[in-house]
Design a protein around this ligand. Structure first.
Ligand SMILES: [Zn+2]
Length: 463
């Protein structure tokens, strides 16, 4: 049981942070003993460089002495859990206003709710206001990096990046590409999307911590000419992302097959244009075939598992065990606004339940290890695993020296129920599992971005 003590919120950019420190160092599914895949210091210190990168991490007494740290240089969160910031691998910022919209499945949900909401992002001041709300909502939930869809409007992503730059967030985003099968006011063309994307890449890609993703919505709303433009942009340099949806819903898959009859499968539509490769990430993949899983593995492309969205829209159960068996790069996404929570805790909660359901509905699994979403795997998929899926594991996802200092402080006793339940836990694994079932934004006590306290009591006023 972790004891609580007063943290010292007076230092907005401390040299070090003290608390119970936990982070993954490898995929817990890859080793027989999960203890080989994480570091945990019950009383630890995380030391930061002046530029906000991680300098060191270790047991409190030794690390304090090694770096000659003075008490007033340490933000003291003794009794709290310190972990790397969460990474959300799939989310739509213009859909924040339609989270929890009743009654539809994918295609009709887009028509009834998502498209009308996205049409409002033609207005820059509106886009700016929602960007501010959205990014602060991510932070309040402990999410420090996300891969984000804008709307079709160039200014939607321009507004989002402007706000993210003020907060110094590492985010990846892109303007939606959509030139057919959507309302007229939300369509671009292969020519305008090419010009808009080139301008956004020139202005924003690698500016500070911002990176750009080529973002066709999905094959249904992009003509072959537009997917060709997407591929040219994606291959124009080797550090751009490709972000889209695949095989979410059976009706969507049937429509895609009608529109691209010569493609071997839905994922092959994208592959035929050269859109499946490093730094490409596909949301959902619920109904992927064996061939499509093999293609993702071969091309080292990534999937985002979005359980709250998949359940909310009735899309189906993501075959987590298959993705694990095939060694697919995998992250977890909230998929706001079809997803029902900004909280990665609540998203892990639903992911666990999807994997439980798979045990009774899919083929027998090869080993017990594959049969469960263990708490270590879940925290891996929302931190280091997500960083690997985004090819950012040299920068994010753990506290190895040299990485960027984005981390969160969790109060494991933030609610009466958590406090009571934690009294009856015996191990770190149990405490992490209770968190992924019962926690939400209330446990996120503080958020640090590049070593600077940017959310929570006593945060830097400039945020
Ligand atoms: Zn989505």
């Amino acid at each position: 049981m972790l004891s609580t003590s007063e943290s010292d919120p007076s230092i907005s950019k401390p040299k070090a942070v003290r608390g119970s420190i936990f982070f993954l160092t490898d995929d817990p599914g890859s080793k027989s003993d999960p203890q080989d895949c994480y570091e945990y210091y019950e009383d630890g210190i995380l030391v930061l460089r002046d530029d906000g990168h991680i300098l060191d991490v270790g047991p409190s007494t030794q690390t304090k002495a090694k770096h000659k740290l003075l008490a007033n240089e340490i933000a003291d969160y003794s009794g709290r859990l310190v972990i790397p910031g969460f990474i959300d691998t799939h989310i739509h910022y213009p859909q924040a206003e339609i989270i929890a919209a009743y009654g539809e499945q994918l295609v009709h949900w887009l028509e009834k709710y998502a498209y009308p909401a996205e049409s409002r992002f033609a207005d820059r001041s509106y886009a700016q206001a929602v960007s501010r709300f959205f990014l602060h909502e991510l932070l309040r939930n402990g999410t420090t990096t996300a891969l984000i869809f804008g709307s079709v409007h160039k200014i939607s992503i321009d507004a989002l990046f402007s706000e993210a730059e003020k907060l110094n967030l590492r985010i990846i985003g892109g303007k939606v590409m959509m030139d057919r099968n959507a309302p007229e006011n939300l369509l671009d063309t292969p020519e305008t999307t090419n010009a808009d994307n080139e301008a956004l890449i020139a202005t924003w890609h690698n500016k500070g911590r911002i990176q750009y993703a080529i973002t066709p919505r999905f094959a249904i709303t992009s003509s072959p000419a537009q997917l060709s433009v997407a591929a040219r942009l994606y291959h124009a340099r080797d550090d751009l992302y490709l972000h889209t949806h695949v095989a979410e819903n059976l009706h969507e898959i049937a429509l895609t097959q009608q529109l691209y009859p010569s493609a071997k499968s839905y994922l092959h539509v994208y592959d035929d244009f050269g859109l499946v490769g490093s730094r490409s990430l596909f949301a959902h993949g619920i109904h992927l075939t064996e061939d499509e899983f093999n293609l993702l593995a071969e091309k080292q492309a990534a999937l985002s598992f979005c359980p709250t969205s998949n359940l909310f829209l009735g899309s189906g159960l993501f075959n987590f065990n298959k993705a694990y068996q095939k060694n697919i790069l995998l992250g977890i996404g909230t998929d706001i606004g079809a997803g029902t929570s900004f909280s990665m805790f609540q998203t892990m909660n639903e992911a666990y339940k999807v994997v439980q359901l798979l045990r009774s509905t899919h083929q027998p699994i090869q080993s017990e290890n594959e049969a469960h979403l263990t708490p270590f795997k879940a925290f891996y998929l929302t931190t280091l695993g997500a960083a690997r899926a985004l090819y950012l594991d040299n920068k994010l996802g753990s506290f190895q020296p040299g990485k960027e200092g984005d981390f969160i402080i969790l109060n494991l006793e933030a609610t009466p129920l958590l406090q009571f339940r934690m009294l009856h836990t015996q191990s770190l694994s149990e405490r992490l599992f209770v968190l992924m079932m019962l926690a939400d934004d209330r446990v996120v006590e503080a958020v640090y971005i590049m070593g600077r306290h940017c959310y929570g009591h006593g945060a830097d006023a400039s945020y």
